[in-house]
Design a protein around this ligand. Sequence first.
Ligand code: SF4
Length: 333
Amino acid sequence: MKEPLFLKSAEEIKTMLSLDAPFQGKIIKENLVKGITDFSQMTSLPKKTRERLTGSALSSKVLERRDSESSVKLLIELSDGLKIEAVRLSDGKERYTACLSSQVGCAMGCSFCKTGTMGFIRNLSAGEIVEEFVHLEKLGEKISHIVFMGMGEALVNFTNVLDAISVFHDRNAFDISHRRITISTSGYVPGIRELTELKIPVKLAVSLVSANDRIRSKIMRINRTYPLGELKDALISFQRKGGKRITLEYCMLKDINTDKESAREVAHFARGLDVLVNLIPWNPIDDMPYSTPSEKEAVQFDKELRKFGINTSFRRSKGRDINGACGQLATEN
Ligand code: SF4
Protein backbone atom coordinates (compact mmCIF):
# COMPACT_ATOMS: atom_id res chain seq x y z
CA MET A 1 0.00 0.00 0.00
CA LYS A 2 1.44 3.37 -1.03
CA GLU A 3 1.62 5.82 1.87
CA PRO A 4 0.88 9.54 1.61
CA LEU A 5 4.00 11.65 2.03
CA PHE A 6 2.32 14.56 3.79
CA LEU A 7 3.01 14.52 7.55
CA LYS A 8 6.14 12.45 7.00
CA SER A 9 9.39 14.08 8.01
CA ALA A 10 12.10 14.67 5.42
CA GLU A 11 14.10 11.85 7.06
CA GLU A 12 11.14 9.46 6.81
CA ILE A 13 10.65 10.33 3.13
CA LYS A 14 14.35 9.76 2.54
CA THR A 15 13.98 6.23 3.96
CA MET A 16 10.66 5.50 2.22
CA LEU A 17 11.97 6.51 -1.21
CA SER A 18 15.64 5.53 -0.72
CA LEU A 19 16.80 9.09 -1.37
CA ASP A 20 20.40 10.28 -1.06
CA ALA A 21 19.70 12.86 1.64
CA PRO A 22 16.83 14.15 3.85
CA PHE A 23 16.82 17.52 2.05
CA GLN A 24 15.49 15.71 -1.02
CA GLY A 25 12.51 14.64 1.09
CA LYS A 26 11.99 18.29 1.96
CA ILE A 27 12.13 19.22 -1.73
CA ILE A 28 9.45 16.65 -2.49
CA LYS A 29 7.17 18.06 0.22
CA GLU A 30 7.71 21.60 -1.07
CA ASN A 31 6.73 20.47 -4.55
CA LEU A 32 3.63 18.67 -3.34
CA VAL A 33 2.19 21.72 -1.57
CA LYS A 34 2.71 23.67 -4.80
CA GLY A 35 0.65 21.08 -6.61
CA ILE A 36 3.61 19.48 -8.40
CA THR A 37 2.77 15.86 -7.80
CA ASP A 38 4.65 14.06 -10.55
CA PHE A 39 8.23 13.16 -9.66
CA SER A 40 9.36 13.84 -13.22
CA GLN A 41 8.32 17.51 -12.83
CA MET A 42 10.22 18.07 -9.59
CA THR A 43 13.11 19.70 -11.34
CA SER A 44 14.91 20.63 -8.13
CA LEU A 45 15.60 16.93 -7.56
CA PRO A 46 18.72 15.43 -9.19
CA LYS A 47 17.97 14.06 -12.67
CA LYS A 48 18.92 10.51 -11.75
CA THR A 49 16.50 10.59 -8.78
CA ARG A 50 13.71 11.88 -11.00
CA GLU A 51 14.35 9.13 -13.49
CA ARG A 52 14.23 6.50 -10.77
CA LEU A 53 11.09 7.84 -9.03
CA THR A 54 8.57 7.66 -11.83
CA GLY A 55 4.89 8.52 -11.67
CA SER A 56 2.85 10.32 -9.05
CA ALA A 57 4.07 11.16 -5.56
CA LEU A 58 0.50 10.93 -4.28
CA SER A 59 -0.89 7.71 -2.84
CA SER A 60 -4.38 8.30 -4.27
CA LYS A 61 -5.66 9.07 -7.74
CA VAL A 62 -8.66 10.74 -9.32
CA LEU A 63 -10.88 8.26 -11.15
CA GLU A 64 -13.66 10.57 -12.26
CA ARG A 65 -14.57 14.25 -12.33
CA ARG A 66 -18.09 15.63 -12.52
CA ASP A 67 -18.78 19.33 -13.04
CA SER A 68 -21.81 21.47 -12.41
CA GLU A 69 -22.20 25.23 -12.56
CA SER A 70 -20.89 25.81 -9.05
CA SER A 71 -19.11 22.65 -8.03
CA VAL A 72 -16.75 19.93 -9.13
CA LYS A 73 -16.92 16.50 -7.58
CA LEU A 74 -13.99 14.10 -7.69
CA LEU A 75 -14.15 10.36 -7.20
CA ILE A 76 -10.82 9.43 -5.64
CA GLU A 77 -9.30 5.96 -5.37
CA LEU A 78 -7.17 5.34 -2.29
CA SER A 79 -4.09 3.13 -2.39
CA ASP A 80 -6.06 0.12 -1.06
CA GLY A 81 -8.66 0.48 -3.81
CA LEU A 82 -11.38 2.05 -1.63
CA LYS A 83 -13.10 5.11 -3.02
CA ILE A 84 -14.11 8.44 -1.56
CA GLU A 85 -15.50 11.69 -2.89
CA ALA A 86 -14.39 15.29 -2.46
CA VAL A 87 -16.06 18.41 -3.82
CA ARG A 88 -14.85 21.89 -4.74
CA LEU A 89 -17.56 24.48 -4.28
CA SER A 90 -17.54 27.94 -5.77
CA ASP A 91 -19.57 30.94 -4.62
CA GLY A 92 -19.35 32.53 -8.06
CA LYS A 93 -17.11 35.28 -6.68
CA GLU A 94 -13.77 33.51 -6.94
CA ARG A 95 -14.04 31.99 -3.50
CA TYR A 96 -13.40 28.27 -3.60
CA THR A 97 -14.13 25.85 -0.77
CA ALA A 98 -12.94 22.27 -0.43
CA CYS A 99 -15.55 19.91 0.98
CA LEU A 100 -13.52 16.99 2.30
CA SER A 101 -14.33 13.47 3.44
CA SER A 102 -12.86 12.20 6.69
CA GLN A 103 -13.88 8.54 6.52
CA VAL A 104 -14.76 5.89 3.97
CA GLY A 105 -18.46 5.49 4.74
CA CYS A 106 -19.85 6.48 8.13
CA ALA A 107 -21.09 4.66 11.20
CA MET A 108 -23.62 7.30 12.23
CA GLY A 109 -26.37 6.11 9.93
CA CYS A 110 -28.33 9.37 9.69
CA SER A 111 -31.42 8.32 7.79
CA PHE A 112 -31.46 11.25 5.32
CA CYS A 113 -27.84 10.77 4.26
CA LYS A 114 -26.49 8.64 1.45
CA THR A 115 -23.10 8.13 3.11
CA GLY A 116 -24.93 6.70 6.11
CA THR A 117 -26.24 3.87 3.93
CA MET A 118 -22.66 2.69 3.27
CA GLY A 119 -21.87 1.85 6.88
CA PHE A 120 -18.40 2.50 8.25
CA ILE A 121 -15.44 1.11 6.30
CA ARG A 122 -12.40 2.92 7.68
CA ASN A 123 -10.96 6.23 8.80
CA LEU A 124 -8.91 8.25 6.36
CA SER A 125 -5.35 8.96 7.42
CA ALA A 126 -4.29 12.59 7.78
CA GLY A 127 -2.18 12.24 4.63
CA GLU A 128 -5.14 10.92 2.64
CA ILE A 129 -7.26 13.88 3.77
CA VAL A 130 -4.55 16.31 2.69
CA GLU A 131 -4.32 14.55 -0.67
CA GLU A 132 -8.05 15.19 -1.25
CA PHE A 133 -7.30 18.89 -0.94
CA VAL A 134 -4.33 18.62 -3.30
CA HIS A 135 -6.48 16.87 -5.93
CA LEU A 136 -9.07 19.67 -5.63
CA GLU A 137 -6.44 22.41 -5.92
CA LYS A 138 -4.99 20.75 -8.98
CA LEU A 139 -8.28 21.63 -10.68
CA GLY A 140 -6.66 25.02 -11.09
CA GLU A 141 -8.02 27.53 -8.57
CA LYS A 142 -6.61 28.56 -5.21
CA ILE A 143 -8.83 27.16 -2.46
CA SER A 144 -9.29 29.46 0.53
CA HIS A 145 -11.79 27.58 2.70
CA ILE A 146 -12.21 24.01 3.91
CA VAL A 147 -15.29 22.27 5.27
CA PHE A 148 -15.31 18.75 6.63
CA MET A 149 -18.77 17.97 5.31
CA GLY A 150 -18.01 15.13 2.95
CA MET A 151 -18.21 11.46 3.83
CA GLY A 152 -17.88 10.57 7.50
CA GLU A 153 -18.21 12.00 11.00
CA ALA A 154 -15.08 14.14 11.26
CA LEU A 155 -15.01 14.28 15.07
CA VAL A 156 -14.88 10.48 15.31
CA ASN A 157 -11.66 10.54 13.25
CA PHE A 158 -10.48 13.40 15.42
CA THR A 159 -6.70 12.86 15.57
CA ASN A 160 -6.29 12.41 11.83
CA VAL A 161 -8.55 15.36 11.02
CA LEU A 162 -6.57 17.58 13.39
CA ASP A 163 -3.26 16.38 11.93
CA ALA A 164 -4.55 17.23 8.45
CA ILE A 165 -5.67 20.66 9.72
CA SER A 166 -2.15 21.27 11.04
CA VAL A 167 -0.86 20.86 7.47
CA PHE A 168 -3.59 23.08 6.02
CA HIS A 169 -2.76 25.73 8.60
CA ASP A 170 1.04 25.47 8.30
CA ARG A 171 2.49 28.64 6.77
CA ASN A 172 5.02 26.57 4.87
CA ALA A 173 2.32 24.34 3.44
CA PHE A 174 -1.18 25.67 2.59
CA ASP A 175 -1.35 28.58 5.04
CA ILE A 176 -5.12 28.50 5.57
CA SER A 177 -6.34 30.27 8.69
CA HIS A 178 -8.19 28.16 11.25
CA ARG A 179 -11.13 30.54 10.87
CA ARG A 180 -11.54 29.35 7.31
CA ILE A 181 -11.80 25.73 8.32
CA THR A 182 -15.12 24.26 9.47
CA ILE A 183 -15.60 20.91 11.12
CA SER A 184 -19.08 19.56 10.73
CA THR A 185 -20.50 17.03 13.17
CA SER A 186 -23.72 15.12 13.60
CA GLY A 187 -23.53 16.06 17.30
CA TYR A 188 -20.75 13.77 18.55
CA VAL A 189 -20.50 15.29 22.02
CA PRO A 190 -17.14 13.73 23.13
CA GLY A 191 -15.53 15.20 20.00
CA ILE A 192 -17.06 18.65 20.62
CA ARG A 193 -15.74 18.55 24.18
CA GLU A 194 -12.26 17.53 23.01
CA LEU A 195 -12.22 20.34 20.46
CA THR A 196 -13.33 22.75 23.21
CA GLU A 197 -10.44 21.72 25.45
CA LEU A 198 -7.86 22.03 22.69
CA LYS A 199 -9.10 25.54 21.84
CA ILE A 200 -8.20 25.23 18.17
CA PRO A 201 -10.13 28.15 16.66
CA VAL A 202 -11.73 26.27 13.79
CA LYS A 203 -15.42 26.83 13.14
CA LEU A 204 -18.00 24.29 14.17
CA ALA A 205 -21.12 23.24 12.28
CA VAL A 206 -23.67 20.89 13.80
CA SER A 207 -26.20 18.99 11.78
CA LEU A 208 -29.32 19.68 13.86
CA VAL A 209 -32.20 18.57 11.57
CA SER A 210 -34.66 18.74 14.46
CA ALA A 211 -34.68 20.29 17.93
CA ASN A 212 -37.21 17.75 19.14
CA ASP A 213 -35.61 14.70 20.82
CA ARG A 214 -38.28 12.28 19.64
CA ILE A 215 -38.01 13.33 15.99
CA ARG A 216 -34.24 13.76 16.02
CA SER A 217 -33.70 10.31 17.55
CA LYS A 218 -35.76 8.80 14.71
CA ILE A 219 -33.78 10.59 12.00
CA MET A 220 -30.32 10.65 13.59
CA ARG A 221 -29.29 7.66 15.70
CA ILE A 222 -26.64 9.71 17.48
CA ASN A 223 -29.39 11.57 19.32
CA ARG A 224 -30.23 8.37 21.23
CA THR A 225 -26.74 8.48 22.77
CA TYR A 226 -26.23 12.25 22.95
CA PRO A 227 -29.67 13.88 23.15
CA LEU A 228 -30.28 17.57 22.58
CA GLY A 229 -29.72 18.58 26.22
CA GLU A 230 -26.21 17.07 26.23
CA LEU A 231 -25.48 18.52 22.82
CA LYS A 232 -26.52 21.98 23.93
CA ASP A 233 -24.38 21.77 27.10
CA ALA A 234 -21.36 20.88 24.96
CA LEU A 235 -22.05 23.78 22.57
CA ILE A 236 -22.43 26.24 25.46
CA SER A 237 -19.03 25.13 26.83
CA PHE A 238 -17.53 25.44 23.35
CA GLN A 239 -18.63 29.06 23.11
CA ARG A 240 -17.77 29.91 26.72
CA LYS A 241 -14.20 28.77 26.04
CA GLY A 242 -13.81 31.00 23.02
CA GLY A 243 -15.56 29.10 20.22
CA LYS A 244 -17.12 31.44 17.68
CA ARG A 245 -20.59 31.40 16.14
CA ILE A 246 -21.82 27.88 15.46
CA THR A 247 -23.69 26.98 12.31
CA LEU A 248 -26.67 24.72 12.86
CA GLU A 249 -27.16 22.85 9.61
CA TYR A 250 -30.87 22.27 9.18
CA CYS A 251 -31.77 19.82 6.47
CA MET A 252 -35.42 20.58 5.69
CA LEU A 253 -37.61 17.50 5.22
CA LYS A 254 -41.09 17.99 3.87
CA ASP A 255 -43.85 17.62 6.47
CA ILE A 256 -41.35 16.54 9.13
CA ASN A 257 -39.37 19.47 10.47
CA THR A 258 -40.65 22.63 8.83
CA ASP A 259 -43.79 23.54 10.74
CA LYS A 260 -44.29 26.35 13.29
CA GLU A 261 -43.70 24.02 16.22
CA SER A 262 -40.35 22.94 14.75
CA ALA A 263 -39.33 26.60 14.44
CA ARG A 264 -40.29 27.19 18.06
CA GLU A 265 -38.21 24.17 19.15
CA VAL A 266 -35.19 25.39 17.18
CA ALA A 267 -35.55 28.82 18.79
CA HIS A 268 -35.68 27.18 22.22
CA PHE A 269 -32.54 25.13 21.45
CA ALA A 270 -30.72 28.20 20.16
CA ARG A 271 -31.44 30.29 23.27
CA GLY A 272 -28.15 31.10 25.03
CA LEU A 273 -26.09 30.18 21.97
CA ASP A 274 -24.68 32.33 19.18
CA VAL A 275 -25.83 30.43 16.11
CA LEU A 276 -26.64 30.79 12.46
CA VAL A 277 -29.24 28.32 11.24
CA ASN A 278 -28.35 27.23 7.73
CA LEU A 279 -31.47 25.98 5.99
CA ILE A 280 -30.84 23.34 3.34
CA PRO A 281 -33.74 21.72 1.49
CA TRP A 282 -33.12 17.96 1.48
CA ASN A 283 -31.49 16.70 -1.69
CA PRO A 284 -33.55 13.85 -3.12
CA ILE A 285 -31.92 10.43 -2.83
CA ASP A 286 -33.50 7.32 -4.31
CA ASP A 287 -35.22 4.91 -1.92
CA MET A 288 -35.22 7.26 1.06
CA PRO A 289 -38.48 7.99 2.86
CA TYR A 290 -38.23 11.77 2.59
CA SER A 291 -39.28 14.53 0.23
CA THR A 292 -37.93 17.98 -0.44
CA PRO A 293 -40.14 20.78 0.87
CA SER A 294 -41.65 23.14 -1.66
CA GLU A 295 -40.06 26.57 -2.04
CA LYS A 296 -43.12 28.03 -0.27
CA GLU A 297 -42.81 25.65 2.71
CA ALA A 298 -39.09 26.38 3.03
CA VAL A 299 -39.52 30.15 2.78
CA GLN A 300 -42.32 30.04 5.37
CA PHE A 301 -40.12 28.08 7.78
CA ASP A 302 -37.33 30.62 7.31
CA LYS A 303 -39.81 33.39 8.15
CA GLU A 304 -40.98 31.57 11.29
CA LEU A 305 -37.40 31.25 12.54
CA ARG A 306 -36.72 34.91 11.87
CA LYS A 307 -39.81 35.85 13.87
CA PHE A 308 -38.09 34.20 16.83
CA GLY A 309 -35.02 36.37 16.21
CA ILE A 310 -32.95 33.51 14.79
CA ASN A 311 -30.26 34.35 12.23
CA THR A 312 -30.75 32.17 9.19
CA SER A 313 -29.19 31.59 5.83
CA PHE A 314 -31.21 29.91 3.18
CA ARG A 315 -29.81 28.90 -0.14
CA ARG A 316 -30.59 26.31 -2.68
CA SER A 317 -27.93 23.66 -2.21
CA LYS A 318 -24.91 24.05 -4.46
CA GLY A 319 -23.89 20.93 -6.29
CA ARG A 320 -27.35 19.39 -6.18
CA ASP A 321 -27.18 18.26 -9.76
CA ILE A 322 -24.01 16.22 -9.32
CA ASN A 323 -24.94 14.51 -6.06
CA GLY A 324 -22.26 16.50 -4.35
CA ALA A 325 -24.42 18.29 -1.84
CA CYS A 326 -24.66 17.63 1.90
CA GLY A 327 -25.60 14.07 2.66
CA GLN A 328 -25.21 12.96 -0.92
CA LEU A 329 -21.70 11.67 -1.10
CA ALA A 330 -21.36 7.91 -1.33
CA THR A 331 -19.24 5.48 -3.27
CA GLU A 332 -19.45 1.82 -4.15
CA ASN A 333 -16.64 0.00 -2.39
S1 SF4 B 1 -24.89 13.08 7.88
FE1 SF4 B 1 -22.70 12.98 8.35
S2 SF4 B 1 -22.64 11.84 10.29
FE2 SF4 B 1 -24.67 11.46 9.42
S3 SF4 B 1 -24.44 9.53 8.25
FE3 SF4 B 1 -24.09 11.26 6.85
S4 SF4 B 1 -21.87 11.51 6.84
FE4 SF4 B 1 -22.37 10.32 8.66
